[in-house]
Design a protein. Structure first.
Length: 387
């Protein structure tokens, strides 16, 4: 049987790091440092002074940059959550002086969890902001559960937290089938992992370590977690660049996603620029048609009616459900802005005819609205003729 001292020595032999002392025992922490100019795929991991645009994504003025921000990713004994799921590896990354520092806190044995959590808690207190990938739904709830069970205070429930998963989906789901971190790492960051272990295998490797105490088997787990952290840093810097100044070669689908993101943030002028660029760059259908609809609606909200009309007329000439949308908008414009009741009635009739070809659940409600509009227009026309 391998003694506690021997297994700790063996663990340190396989990974760079050291043991940190706590009142409840020691915790092994693997430590990595990547120099100035280090690249992960196509992205240079230098966030000095950057990240100021990211505060918009968390709607929190305290998230005013990446200085003092911590990137976090965990490995666990399962995905189910609850009290039976342990967090056994917590990876932390931060940027300082143009360099990337990574610390990985490891639970060497289940009875040593309190030392692991206390050591981790002491380190978390040094940072003011948090960046994760699906951390709001997975990483943080699991960590909080472990802290509560250990009767330790969890410091990170209320810190400014950017969960990049939600932003990634809004930006890239229009051209990628999956927005998993590794898929984004390959498609957006340009880094392709070689020899990486699949995430579903990691819990069994940890349990095997608890039985056999062979730290060599843990090295791929630490490497997987390390790559997750570097991917998260690279992706965050990429998002920051997109929000600040999209590159000229930015794909049309990304500009479309960015435009939708700006709309969600009530940044209408920025959204218009993105939609216009996406359409000029040849955004493919059906996204091009939806981008045109959103662009026209935003033009109207900003009182740029001539620009909106040009798009409505173009959509009205194309087949599909958005032609009906265009008919309705042109009917509204004809009635309320131009006072052309006959034209408004004609557009409304075309919208009703368009609904006849649709079979989705919203048709009945839309048809009722259009019939009320048509009845109102007919009354106005009758009154005008009588007058």
């Amino acid at each position: 049987m391998v003694t506690t001292t021997a297994r700790r020595r063996l663990l340190a032999d396989h990974l760079p790091g050291r043991y940190r002392e706590t009142p409840f025992g020691r915790c092994f922490v693997a430590e990595w440092r990547f120099p100035v100019g280090h690249q992960h795929g196509l992205v240079k991991l230098d966030g000095s002074g950057g990240g100021t645009s990211l505060g918009r994504l968390v709607r929190d003025g305290e998230f005013d940059g990446l200085d003092g921000a911590l990137f976090l990713d965990v490995e666990t004994t399962g995905l189910a959550g609850g009290t039976g799921t342990y967090v056994f590896l917590v990876g932390l990354a931060y940027l300082r002086g143009g360099q990337v520092y990574v610390e990985q806190f490891f639970l060497d044995d289940l009875p040593e969890e309190r030392a692991f959590l206390v050591s981790l808690s002491e380190r978390l207190g040094d940072f003011r902001r948090l960046v994760t990938f699906n951390g709001k739904s997975f990483d943080l709830p699991l960590l909080q559960t472990r802290f509560v069970l250990a009767r330790e205070r969890f410091r990170w429930a209320d810190v400014p937290h950017l969960d990049l998963l939600f932003t990634a989906r809004r930006l890239w789901r229009h051209r990628l089938e999956s927005c998993r971190l590794e898929r984004l790492e390959a498609a957006i960051v340009g880094f392709h992992r070689r020899g990486d272990i699949p995430g579903w295998l990691i819990p069994s490797i940890f349990f095997s370590y608890l039985r056999e105490r062979d730290p060599a088997n843990l090295v791929p787990v630490f490497r997987h977690n390390l790559n997750d952290l570097l991917a998260l840093v690279a992706l965050t810097l990429t998002v920051d660049e997109l929000l600040t100044t999209p590159r000229p070669e930015c794909p049309a689908a990304d500009l479309y996603g960015l435009g939708r993101l700006w709309l969600d943030l009530d940044e209408h002028d920025r959204a218009i620029v993105c939609f216009e660029r996406a359409l000029v760059e040849g955004l493919a259908k059906p996204h091009a048609t939806e981008a045109a609809r959103l662009l026209a609606t935003t033009y109207r909200q900003l009182q740029r009616r001539e620009d909106a009309i040009a798009i409505w007329q173009r959509l009205a000439a194309e087949p599909g459900s958005l032609a009906t949308f265009a008919f309705v908008e042109l009917a509204k414009h004809s009635e309320h802005q131009m006072r052309e009741l006959e034209a408004a009635r004609d557009w409304t009739l075309r919208a009703l005819a368009g609904l006849e070809r649709r079979r989705d659940d919203r048709v009945a409600r839309e048809r009722a609205d259009l019939r009320r509009r048509l009845d109102r227009l007919e009354r106005k026309l009758t009154k005008r003729r009588a007058g």
